[in-house]
Design a protein. Structure first.
Length: 97
């Protein structure tokens, strides 16, 4: 028997799929949005952009912007009892309400 693939997107069949009417590329304004340091954001992975995508275990989490790294943002979020730093491009972020 062959060994099961354990790639970055394995086990995310339903989490990283989109409804039929939302398929295709997302609007360009989503990748042009700007965030300030200290701003609260939600991590919502956009499967049509693979660059700067966090691991799917962080999909749906909320964190604070702590810095900028190139075109991406450094997000500090809490997972259980640990603080994690994610490097995420703006396509995968939304402003928290």
């Amino acid at each position: 028997m062959t060994k099961r693939s354990q790639g970055l997107r394995s086990g995310s069949r339903h989490k990283l799929s989109r409804p039929v009417r939302e398929r295709g590329l997302s609007p360009i304004t989503r990748s042009l949005q700007k965030f300030e340091e200290g701003e609260t954001v939600n991590v919502v992975i956009d499967p049509s952009y693979q660059r700067g995508q966090p691991h799917h275990r962080f999909h749906g989490l909320t964190g604070k912007v702590t810095g900028i790294q190139g075109k991406a943002y450094v997000i500090r979020t809490r997972v259980g009892k640990m603080d994690k730093e994610l490097i995420v491009r703006p396509e995968h972020l939304r402003k928290a309400k």
